[in-house]
Design a protein. Structure first.
Length: 392
C-alpha cells in the first residue's frame, strides 16, 4: 500500500512540475502539425499548399493569416492560433473590427490587422506573402545601419519586410530562413523570459522584454493587456552624435532597429540632446512625468473625462499604452501587469506603440486613431493624442 502511495505522490509531483514548466504553445498537436498532409484526399495545410517543413500545416502566413487564402476563416483567434489578417468591412470609419476606445467590439489583436494594407500601402507594413511591396518606399523610413550596434548593417533597396529572419521582426535576425529563425520558439518554456532565444523573448522578438497578454489583447482592459518594457532617457542635456539609444531590450528599440533615425536627436540644439525647445521628434523614451513644466498636464493621463474606457487619472489605457521598467529581464511572464500609472518616471514612458499599431491599422501611418480628428482647442474622444495632451 505504501508503494502505491509513494508512486501516486511521485506522479502528482511530476504533473505539478510539468504544469510549472509551461510551453508557449499548448493544445491539440494537429492544430499546427500534420503527419502526411493528407486527409480524405485533401491537403491538411491551412492554405492548401505545402507540404511545409517541420510537418507544419502552414508557414507564418498559412497559420496566422488563414483568411488570406480562405475567406471562410473568421475570427482573431482560430484553433488557439492568433490571427494577424482578418477581413474587415473597410478602413477609417468604415472599419468594424477596430474602433478606438471601444474594447467590447474589438475583432483584431494587439498588433493590428494586415488586411488593412490591402486597402493601401499607408495603413501598415507590407509583409511578404500577404501584400505587394510598397509602391513608394524602397527601404524602411528612417533606416539607420547598425543602429545601437545591433541592427542590420544594410537594407537593400526594394527588399520586402518579412515575418521573421533577417528582414523581419520575429525570430533570430541572423538567420535568413524564416523557419530556421523561429525554430523551437513555439515550444520553448516561456514562463520566465530572459531574451536568450526567440522563444525566451517577448512575442518571439529576440532580445525584447515584456509581459504577454494571454489573449493577445483581443478584449483588453486596464488590468488585462500587454506589458511593454521601456526605460526613460533621464538626461536631456547629454547625448552623442546620434542621440542616446533606447535600452536594447525595450519595445522602442525593436522599432529603432529599422527606424533608427526616428530615435535620434530630440531637440534642435547642436545636433544632440539639449535643454531647450523646440523638439524635433515626438519624445519616445521619455516619461510623461519628465515634462519641463507641470502646466503641460501630461500627468492627467489618460484624460478620463474624454474617453469612455477609463474612469480615473492614472488608470492604464490599453489604446494609448505606456512603457514600464518593471517588465524588464528576467520577466515573470504570467500575464500580471499594472492597471495604474503612478507617474514615477518608470511607469509612464512614451512608446512608439503609444500612437502606432505594430502591424497595421485602419488609419494611415498605422495610427491607433484618426489623426485628422485631432483639433487643438476642440478635444474629442476620437483623437488619442488628448490622452496625454490633456490641456490642448
Amino acid at each position: 500500500m505504501r508503494k502505491y502511495f509513494w508512486l501516486g505522490f511521485l506522479v502528482l509531483a511530476l504533473l505539478l512540475w510539468m504544469g510549472q514548466a509551461q510551453a508557449r504553445v499548448s493544445g491539440v498537436c494537429s492544430n499546427c502539425h500534420t503527419m502526411h498532409n493528407s486527409q480524405g484526399g485533401n491537403p491538411m495545410t491551412y492554405d492548401n499548399g505545402g507540404p511545409y517543413r517541420m510537418l507544419l500545416r502552414g508557414d507564418c502566413v498559412g497559420c496566422h493569416a488563414q483568411a488570406f487564402s480562405n475567406s471562410n476563416a473568421t475570427g482573431a483567434i482560430i484553433n488557439s492560433i492568433p490571427q494577424v489578417y482578418v477581413i474587415d468591412q473597410g478602413v477609417g470609419s468604415g472599419a468594424t473590427l477596430y474602433k478606438f476606445d471601444d474594447f467590447s467590439s474589438r475583432g483584431i489583436l494587439a498588433g493590428g490587422n494586415f488586411w488593412y494594407v490591402t486597402q493601401g500601402d499607408q495603413y501598415g507594413h507590407n509583409v511578404a506573402g500577404l501584400v505587394n511591396k510598397d509602391a513608394t518606399l524602397q527601404t524602411p523610413p528612417g533606416f539607420e545601419p547598425n543602429y545601437g550596434g545591433v541592427a542590420r548593417s544594410s537594407w537593400p533597396a526594394g527588399t520586402q519586410v518579412t515575418c521573421a529572419g533577417t528582414y523581419g521582426c520575429h525570430g533570430d535576425p541572423s538567420k535568413s530562413d524564416e523557419f530556421v529563425a523561429l525554430s523551437g520558439a513555439h515550444h520553448a518554456d516561456d514562463s520566465t523570459l530572459d531574451g536568450s532565444t526567440p522563444g525566451k523573448s517577448y512575442r518571439f522578438l529576440l532580445g525584447i522584454a515584456g509581459v504577454e497578454d494571454p489573449n493577445w489583447e483581443l478584449h483588453p482592459s486596464s488590468s488585462a493587456h500587454n506589458g511593454y518594457y521601456a526605460t526613460s532617457i533621464t538626461t536631456r542635456g547629454s547625448g552623442n552624435s546620434t542621440g542616446t539609444t533606447p535600452d536594447t531590450a525595450s519595445i522602442n528599440f525593436l522599432c529603432a532597429e529599422c527606424h533608427g533615425k526616428f530615435h535620434d536627436y530630440v531637440l534642435e540644439n547642436s545636433g544632440a540632446y539639449g535643454t531647450s525647445n523646440p523638439w524635433v521628434r515626438h519624445p519616445v523614451d521619455f516619461a510623461l512625468s519628465q515634462a519641463v513644466t507641470s502646466s503641460d498636464n501630461y500627468t492627467q493621463y489618460p484624460n478620463p473625462n474624454l474617453f469612455t474606457s477609463v474612469s480615473a487619472v492614472g488608470q492604464y489605457f490599453p489604446d494609448v499604452p505606456l512603457g514600464n521598467t518593471a517588465y524588464g529581464f528576467p520577466v515573470n511572464n504570467n500575464g500580471t501587469v499594472s492597471s495604474t500609472v503612478n507617474f514615477t518616471g518608470n511607469d509612464d514612458i512614451v512608446l512608439c506603440l503609444s500612437c502606432h499599431k505594430a502591424h497595421a491599422s485602419p488609419w494611415p501611418d498605422m495610427l491607433r486613431w484618426d489623426y485628422s480628428a485631432c483639433t487643438a482647442g476642440n478635444q474629442n474622444g476620437n483623437c488619442g493624442c488628448f490622452a496625454c495632451h490633456t490641456n490642448k
